[in-house]
Design a protein around this ligand. Structure first.
Ligand code: APR
Length: 248
């Protein structure tokens, strides 16, 4: 289709490409999105679960929900969209992947596509953290996640309550991680915005940094978003189908 030809030419002509992904890129791996059709937030109210207040008020319930999400994610694998992005960045040798997702599927795709080579160029900047890690809610010490036992996990260093190492609603993002993502976007001449409703800030401002620096946006999404109007090309379709063609 015409849009795909235009988009492929933009990718071929770009020197520095950055990608911002959201839950939509993991939808074809079976990971529910938050707001799109069938999204998680249809069944739960985020305020009840994924907020720092909910965690401090009722850590057991929040931990149960994240333990369920972790066990569910253990059954998911990267899809063709993750793999196409990983191959693209490995080929370009220029790490440019920023994700809002905490599911770890970009990291798995990078490692699997890199084989014996270094996955670094395709490892994502995880601006909302990673569900597979814990972090101490008191001292910040990080640790690999363990299966939830009868009592809530405690920090080995300070005894504080551990929580999933993800950004909860009401929390600030790690300023260093966010600065790295923003600087990647400012130095890019093309931002691929893939599978995000672009309603959560500061993530949604990342593509605008590329635009402000004179770059372009290509949007890959099954639905219209608030960012569609700012895109030079909109590829309306599933990431797992669009990305292999766009990035081959
Ligand atoms: N391919 C491409 N896009 C898709 C697909 C698909 N197969 N399936 C769904 N989408 C699109 C939807 O149209 C929607 O625009 O993915 C987007 C998912 O949007 P959200 O569910 O809002 O997810 P996201 O944008 O990542 O949310 C941002 O909000 O809940 C917080 O911290 C959480 O990181 C998350 C942030």
């Amino acid at each position: 289709m015409k849009q795909m030809r235009q988009a492929r030419k933009l990718v071929a002509d770009s020197a520095r490409v950055v990608a911002l992904t959201g839950a939509g890129i993991s939808a074809e791996s079976g990971v529910p999105t938050f707001r799109g059709h069938g999204g998680l937030w249809r069944n739960y109210r985020p305020e009840e679960l994924a907020t720092i207040d909910a965690f401090e008020r009722d850590p057991e319930t929040v931990w149960e929900w994240y333990a369920w999400r972790r066990s569910f994610l253990g059954t998911c694998v990267p899809n063709d969209g993750h793999r196409a992005l990983a191959r693209f960045f490995l080929r370009r040798g220029l790490a440019g992947l920023v994700t809002q997702n905490v599911d770890g599927l970009h990291t798995r795709a990078a490692r699997e596509e890199a084989g014996d080579g270094s996955p670094d160029a395709a490892l994502p900047v995880e601006i909302h953290g990673a569900i597979a890690r814990d972090r101490c809610n008191h001292c910040g010490a990080r640790a690999e996640a363990e299966p939830l036992g009868d009592s809530l996990p405690r920090c080995a260093d300070c005894g504080g309550l551990r929580r999933p190492d993800v950004v909860l609603f009401g929390e600030m993002l790690d300023p260093d991680v966010l600065a790295r993502a923003q600087s990647m976007a400012e130095r890019a001449d093309l931002c691929l915005v893939i599978g995000t409703s672009a309603v959560v800030y500061p993530a949604a401002a990342i593509p605008l940094a590329t635009l402000r620096a004179g770059g372009r946006i290509i949007e890959v999404n099954t639905e219209e978003t608030g960012l569609s109007g700012a895109a030079s090309v909109v590829l309306r379709g599933k990431a797992g189908e669009v990305l292999p063609e766009l990035l081959s």
